[in-house]
Design a protein around this ligand. Structure first.
Ligand code: HPA
Length: 250
């Protein structure tokens, strides 16, 4: 039966509430996934979990095999995928600790395996990305936030940067002029590949720092880690409601 998959990012290399049934290494046409897929259930509901950065957070954003990850999730029965995202806040509406369900993306990444249509003479499709996230899943996430008492911003444009370094002040000023509200390093090509594979994909983002030049002084890893730790419980609660209750259904 089709199920929900969660791709965990920084701060989410495991999902404590998940009752694990098996860890499955899936062979894909694109090579290895970040880690074996974790198959389990949450209060009786089937769920897949994959830590995007691998076990022990070993993969930087540009080395993640986004194609293999999404292909493997689909091959294992996922039809809906939530990508968790720790992000920097650019706009005034997005201070640290804000939870956001973004609704648009600008891609600044380069040199990543960004499409499943990568072979000569193969079938190829120009997928529509007018609305890059699956609106049904976005609405389900927004309802799950409300039902779990988690105040969330229901829209925002995610700027995907290459990393692993953080941005300069001028880069963030440019992104703000472009219309970005949030900045992260893994939202693309994840969203585009999910669309190519016909997966319903949305993101649950949580702000862990002011983006460069938007707060006081420099960005420290300590600040990011402290804010990540504060977001984990709320995000897990939203996922639990999304996976197991009626508000999580389309
Ligand atoms: N920039 C890019 N990615 C991020 C940031 C940031 O400020 N914070 C968390 N992920």
């Amino acid at each position: 039966m089709a199920c929900l998959a969660i791709i965990g990012g920084s701060g989410f290399s495991s999902f404590a509430a998940l009752q694990v049934r098996e860890c499955r290494q899936v062979v894909t046409p694109f090579g290895e996934t970040s880690a074996p897929l974790v198959c389990g259930h949450l209060d009786g509901t089937e769920l897949l979990f994959l830590p995007r950065h691998g076990v022990g957070h070993r993969l930087p954003p540009h080395r993640i095999n986004y194609r293999a990850n999404l292909w493997a999730l689909r091959a294992s029965g996922a039809d809906r995928v939530v990508g968790l995202a720790a992000v920097g806040g650019i706009g005034d509406r997005f201070p640290p600790l804000t939870i956001v369900v973004p609704d648009d993306i600008i891609d600044y990444t380069y040199g990543r395996g960004h499409t499943i249509y990568d072979g000569e003479g193969e079938r190829m499709e120009h997928v529509d990305m007018t609305s890059p996230y699956c609106e049904e899943l976005r609405q389900a996430l927004i309802r799950a936030c409300a039902a779990s008492g988690c105040v969330a911003v229901a829209n925002g444009t995610y700027g995907a940067t290459q990393g692993p370094r953080l941005e300069t002040t001028a880069e963030i000023a440019r992104q703000e002029r472009d219309g970005c509200d949030l900045v992260g390093m893994t939202g693309m090509p994840e969203a585009a590949i999910a669309r190519e594979l016909g997966l319903c994909y949305a993101s649950l983002a949580f702000v862990v720092n002011w983006a460069a030049g938007k707060g006081q002084g420099v960005i420290t890893m300590e600040e990011i880690q402290t804010n990540l730790a504060k977001c984990v419980g709320r995000v897990e609660q939203v996922l639990r409601v999304l996976a197991t209750s009626r508000v999580g259904r389309a």
